[in-house]
Structure formats: C-alpha cells, structure tokens
Write a protein that binds this ligand. Structure first.
Ligand SMILES: NC(=O)c1ccc[n+]([C@@H]2O[C@H](COP(=O)([O-])OP(=O)(O)OC[C@H]3O[C@@H](n4cnc5c(N)ncnc54)[C@H](O)[C@@H]3O)[C@@H](O)[C@H]2O)c1
Length: 442
C-alpha cells in the first residue's frame, strides 16, 4: 500500500473510533469499589463450542478470572474444566443452573454461549443481577426477545457486547473508512453471499435416548417439549426454528451487519422481499431453508442477500463475502482480505480511484473481547451494543418469518412492532415460553 493511502486510513481510523465512543453508563460494579487495574471476574454459561472459545480469549488477556462454568451437559463441564485448569491454572466452580451463577455477587460479567433460544432469558436475568454481558449472536432467536434485551440493557445500565466480532475486524473497519470517507463514491448496492455446506443440516437420525449427564429438559428450556434427537442438539440445533434460524441467521447477522453499518443504519428493515426454497436433493434433516435470496431496500441503497446451503463456492473465489458497490469503485471484503476494484473514467481515460488490496486480515474475536473488557471498565458503549445486535438480528429474522409464512414481501412497522401486511407473520414475532419459564416482562 502506498504511504498516502496509509495516512488516509490512519486519519479515518481516528474519525471512526471517535464516533464509537458514546454514552457513558454508570456502573454498580465498576464504581469506586474496584480499581481500574483489578481483574474482571467472569462466568461462562454454555461451554461447548463458541462460548468456550470466547472464554479463552478473555483468559488470554490476563485481565480475567474465570469463577464459574455452567452447562446443562456434565460431560462438557468436565472437559472444559480440565482445559481451564491445564491451560490457565484456574479452578472455576461448576454449575448446571445459570440462576445459581447469577446469585454469586463476586461475578462481574457473564458470557452466554448457549443456543440462541436461551440468550434472552439468561441475558435479562444477568442484567437484573447487575452483571455485564457478552452474548453470542444472533442476539436472540426472535424479534420480541431482541426488543426485551435492548430494554434490559438500558434499564439496568449494563455493558453488553453482542458477538458480532466483525465490528472489530481490521478488514471491515478499513472497508467502513473507505466507504464513509467517500473513496468508493456514492454507495449504490451491498451484495452479500453466504454459501456453506453445513447449512443443509445433518444426515437423518432417529429420536433416541438422552445422553448420560445431559439435563435435556433444561437444554430445551423455554422451547417446546420434544423427544430427544441428536440432530436437534449440540451444534446442529441451529437448523431448527425452536432454537435457531439456519444459515440465514447464523451467518446472516455477521454479514448483513456490514451492509447496515455501511449506511450507519441502526434500525430494523422496513420492507423485505424474500425468495426461499429447498432446492437441494440431498436427504438431510433440518427445518430451515437451503436457498434464500432477500432484497432489503434502504432509502439510498439496496442490500442483496444470496445464500446457498450445500454449495461452498462463491463469487471472488470466496464462499462468503460482501461486495460494496459505489460509483467510483467496488470494494469486496471477507474476514481476511479486501480489494478495491476501480470504475473507469472514460473522459480522463484513467481509473476513478486507486486499486487497493489487503490480504492479511484475521478473525477478530479477541479484539471484540478486548473491546468488551475495556467497556466494562470505562462504561462506554461496546462496538456491538444491543441496538446493533437487534438491527442485524431483525435483518435475519424477518426473511425467515417471510419464508415460513410464504410472504414474498413483508412490511415491518418498527414503532408499533408489527407487520402491516401479514397477520400470520405477526404470530411469529414473540415466542410462547414453555412453563415454568416465563418471557421476561420489563
Ligand atoms: N460469533 C461467532 O462467530 C459464532 C460462531 C459459532 C457460534 N456462535 C454462537 O454461539 C452460540 C453457541 O453456539 P455453539 O456452536 O457453541 O453451540 P453448541 O451447541 O456447541 O454449545 C452450546 C452449549 O450450551 C449448553 N447449554 C444449552 N442450554 C444451556 C443452559 N440453559 N445453561 C447452560 N448451558 C446450556 C449446551 O449444553 C452446549 O454445551 C450460538 O448462539 C451461536 O450462534 C457464534
């Protein structure tokens, strides 16, 4: 990269980071009692895969004590405890019931790494208990739960980081600087694609016995009661509506967030045009769709979502990515690289902008965790606060609702929290919780 380009990126980095630091929130936890140099005490709820990865990023900072691990699967608890002990020489207390974790006064923050259908209840109760929260994405499994979580964070003055780590990824931070400084010209379109084999679900398996050590009723929690099936459980739950939203929400929140961020829109979509189908002939077990194309018209540009499960190839040699199309150039980005492709100026017989390439990007969970920990101490808003998590989640939930009720076009009235053109869609806004679990009321 040439020096003038480097200076441009540096200058705009300062401008963008200044924008991020808003709204100082008072804290009960980090008030006068605890020095800024003190370690932060965290608990992990939902330990198997991503939650544990995020806990490790916390521990790697050297700024964190892990006081508790909580999981409804004793096998997971045992395995993760051993790793925390071996790799970090820490001995967290083990829990099966997150409510007991929240009773512990010395825990400052919780990481929620459960499946999506649990995020809302645990996040709200953690907020009520005065904990700060790192909640994995999508912020929750429904629109109604997202609304409640935004309210909870504000009502209880909590620092909340939603696990959309691309908000702290260098590639996308640079991309946003290039877009917002006008380098690619007026933004016209954001084309997003996500093609992943795993989106097809799993090979069919019959219902079976609950594995030893698993409290399956607790795993289901507020979701409807069903016989145990290994495909509706660890890892592959994401292909069933009761717990997740398939590839549309799994990758959708990460990538659609980039399309929303490009226009600085922290808002729900007003109108969504959806095509959804199951076109793969492979016999797989899932409820979610394998093929979805969705158009999100914005006031000044349009976002296109193009998703194909069971296919791993995509444009620009990448199975997923974001193409920001501006009048002076098109910027194509994924988590590891970006390229700016200039438009040609026919009068000047020259490219309208300089071509740029960057190819050394990395996953950014660690940076996202660093931001969370800094915000716990400073009480500033995180890089992905609940309002941003909600906006991204609604861009995934609304097309999924459209697909489920067969509505090609859905119009959303965010002020009144309803679809204005489809009664059937309104029935899917808020879930009915299975007793004894109750949807939080705030
Ligand atoms: N940010 C990212 O890039 C990223 C990547 C993968 C997954 N995720 C998100 O992380 C979350 C977890 O996904 P995963 O792939 O790790 O799922 P997983 O099924 O591998 O792990 C979930 C764990 O939560 C436990 N659990 C379920 N209910 C619980 C409860 N009430 N209390 C305590 N533990 C409970 C399960 O037993 C399991 O150990 C999801 O929200 C997912 O969307 C984010």
């Amino acid at each position: 990269m040439n020096p003038s380009r480097r200076n441009f990126l540096k200058k705009s980095a300062i401008a963008v980071s200044a924008l991020g630091a808003t709204s100082v929130i008072p804290s009960k936890v980090w008030s006068s009692e605890i020095a800024a140099s003190d370690k932060i005490n965290v608990a992990l709820i939902g330990c198997r895969n991503m939650g544990f990865g995020i806990l490790k990023h916390h521990l790697d900072t050297g700024m964190v004590n892990c006081l508790a691990l909580c999981d409804v699967d004793k096998n997971v608890l045992k395995e993760k405890y051993k790793l925390v002990k071996k790799d970090y020489n820490q001995s967290p207390e083990l829990f099966a019931d997150y409510r007991k974790v929240l009773e512990r006064k010395n825990i400052d923050a919780v990481i929620i790494g459960t499946p999506d259908h649990w995020h809302c209840l645990i996040m709200v109760e953690a907020s009520q208990a005065g904990k700060d929260v790192y909640v994995e994405k999508p912020m929750s499994n429904t629109i109604g739960e997202c609304n409640i979580m935004v309210k909870a964070a504000n009502k209880y003055n909590r620092v909340v980081q939603v696990g959309q780590q691309q908000r702290d990824n260098k590639v996308f931070l640079d991309a946003m600087q290039l877009i917002k400084s006008g380098e690619i010209g007026t933004l016209r379109k954001v084309n997003i694609w996500a093609n992943f084999n795993y989106g097809l679900g799993s090979t069919p398996k019959p219902d079976g016995k609950v594995p030893n050590g698993v409290d399956y009723d607790f795993w289901l929690g507020p979701a409807p009661k069903r016989p145990f099936n290994p495909n509706r459980f660890h890892g592959s739950w994401r292909h069933y509506w009761d717990y997740g939203g398939g590839l549309m929400s799994d990758w959708g929140v990460h990538l659609l967030d980039m399309g929303i961020w490009a226009g600085d829109l922290v808002e729900a979509p007003k109108k969504v045009i959806t095509y959804a189908a199951n076109l793969s002939k492979k016999e797989m077990q899932r409820e979610t769709f394998d093929t979805m194309n969705v158009v999100f018209p914005k006031d000044n540009y349009v976002i296109n979502w193009d998703m194909t499960a069971g296919i791993q190839q995509g444009p620009f040699d990448s199975s997923y990515g974001v193409q920001f199309i501006g009048e002076n150039g098109t910027l194509v980005a994924d988590r590891h690289k970006y390229h700016l492709y200039p438009e040609w100026d026919n009068d000047k017989k020259a490219p309208k902008v300089e071509a740029i390439s960057f190819e050394k990007g990395r996953e950014s969970h660690r940076q996202h965790v660093d931001n969370f920990l800094e915000c716990i101490k400073s009480r500033e808003k995180t890089s992905c606060p609940p309002e941003v998590g909600r906006a991204a989640a609604l861009h995934a939930h609304i097309p999924n609702i459209a697909a489920r009720v067969g509505a090609d076009i859905l119009e959303w009235d965010d002020k009144n929290n309803q679809f204005t053109n489809c009664d059937k869609a309104n029935e899917l806004i808020t879930p009915v919780y299975r007793a004894p679990w109750k949807l939080p009321e705030l």
